[in-house]
Design a protein around this ligand. Structure first.
Ligand code: ZN
Length: 464
């Protein structure tokens, strides 16, 4: 008897946990129904031939900033998720800041969810925030389905009364106690506010306001100090902790050592710390400004080394968009320009290009960092992150021979800037499938724009 698959992907090199096999994938009801050789199809089954291409699980990007509500003219769910679909991402997490109001209570979460509903090309989860004054809101946010909480140790920028504020030590400590009691997880931007603000003030006072001066005002020690402090709090409170965008191998080693002694802590880094370096920040200008800043080439090589050793848990884009003029307006110093890298569309291609093609790492290892491990860390593993029977049919086809030069016009962001334009990439995403629906092809662009769903967590339990 012939199976009635809705879609079969034939002949691809399928990236499974730990191995790559030439297999067909049969999809039914949005799920992976079968993996096998020569799957039989009926007349109305759609067939995609993936000969010569990798079929990978869709990326699970746990760190993007879309700016709705209120700042959709920076980046909205529609444009941002279109860029993610084009880059091979099928599930993402929106951070609780850079929109207004920030997502720090249930009412604000509701506004965020309304902005996203019907506008996302792929599935998503939402973070809540931990800020001074919202300890009493954490429980309601958890009950309403946030995937975890995000806090900043250093000033996240932005203006006005309602801006997302960095935590003081007491808020961080008390917040972690409460999040631990809720069975939740805290994601943390770890840079010392005292060190970075003092160094920045010194630099600006003495007229040192270039890219190198900015980098020098946020040294590796600022990251290490904040990581050490947060690890101590995690140990004392039992709070699960995830460090976002770690930029140095020393911090990765510190987090890894903490895990070995039993703490429930993980570390993320971003493609920009692996692909770019401080010199690029000087050459490209504020389009490559981020915090922590890009590091030296020696530091970048050390980061690759700890990645190859398996000490980095996952990779996320930290897509942090803004209107171009906030980076390029005349008279802006490097310190005044908006910080944040627009990169979400390029994560998979960059990591495959640099990690697999240039540095020779196994495609299974790079894929795990982008998909399987983030899904597992954040309770999505029963739906996302791997190619396995019964999971969502979230797949991406990647042509490892299609080299191209990334142009601004290729970008689906609301504002078409990125430090990666002009770069030659040795691979290309050719199709992205979310829950069995083809949402993007390289020929047709984004096909299905609004079918993404919010995957709500419930009290720290995996999303079913
Ligand atoms: Zn971020």
């Amino acid at each position: 008897m012939k199976e009635s698959y809705e879609l079969v992907i034939r002949n691809g090199d399928v990236v499974l946990p730990g191995e790559v096999l030439k297999l067909d994938i049969g999809i039914k009801g949005g799920k992976i129904a079968a993996l096998g050789e020569d799957l039989s199809v009926s007349g109305d089954t759609r067939v995609i031939d993936a000969q010569g291409q990798y079929v990978l699980p869709g990326m699970v990007d746990m760190h993007v900033h879309f700016n709705e509500p209120a700042l959709g003219h920076w980046e909205g769910f529609r444009s941002g998720s279109a860029a993610l679909a084009a880059g091979g991402c099928t599930c993402y997490a929106d951070m609780p800041l850079n929109g207004n109001p920030p997502t720090v209570n249930k009412a604000a979460l509701q506004l965020k969810a309304e902005a996203a509903a019907g506008n996302s090309a792929v599935d998503y989860v939402l973070w809540g925030g931990l800020v001074p004054g919202n300890l009493e809101d954490l429980e309601e946010l958890a009950a309403a389905g946030v995937t975890g909480f995000k806090a900043f140790i250093s000033n996240p920028g932005g203006e006005g009364e309602g801006r997302f504020r960095e935590v003081d030590d007491d808020t961080l400590y008390q917040g972690m106690k409460r999040i631990a009691a809720l069975g939740g997880i805290l994601a943390l931007h770890a840079e010392s506010e005292e060190m970075t603000s003092a160094l920045a003030a010194d630099a600006v006072r003495s007229g040192k306001t270039g890219a190198h001066d900015f980098a020098a005002s946020r040294p590796p020690e600022a990251e290490l100090e904040a990581v050490a402090r947060a690890l101590l709090y995690s140990e004392r409170t039992g709070c699960r902790l995830h460090f976002v965008h770690i930029s140095t191998a020393a911090a990765i080693e510190m987090i890894h050592a903490a895990r070995l002694r039993g703490l429930d802590v993980t570390a993320e880094t971003c493609p920009h710390y692996l692909v770019l370096e401080e010199k690029d920040m000087e050459a490209l200008g504020p389009v490559a400004k981020c915090a922590p800043p890009l590091r030296s080439s020696e530091e970048r090589e050390k980061l690759w080394k700890v990645l190859a050793e398996g000490k980095i848990d996952l990779i996320a884009s930290d897509h942090s968009p803004c209107p171009t003029e906030l980076k390029t307006a005349t008279g802006l110093t490097f310190f005044e320009a908006w910080g944040g890298i627009s990169g979400a569309q390029s994560s998979l291609e960059l990591m495959f290009h640099e990690g697999v093609q240039v540095r020779g790492l196994p495609v299974t290892q790079i894929s795990a960092l982008l998909s399987e491990r983030p899904a597992r860390r954040f309770g999505l593993e029963q739906r996302k992150g791997s190619i396995r029977q019964g999971l969502d049919a979230d797949l991406v086809l990647l042509d490892p021979q299609a080299s191209y030069t990334l142009a601004a016009e290729d970008l689906f962001y609301r504002h078409q800037h990125s430090p990666y334009t002009g770069m030659n990439l040795s691979c290309k995403v050719t199709a992205t499938i979310c829950r069995g629906t083809v949402v993007y092809t390289a020929e047709a662009g984004v096909i299905a724009a609004g079918g993404g769903e919010w995957l709500r967590s419930s009290e720290g339990q995996p999303v079913l």
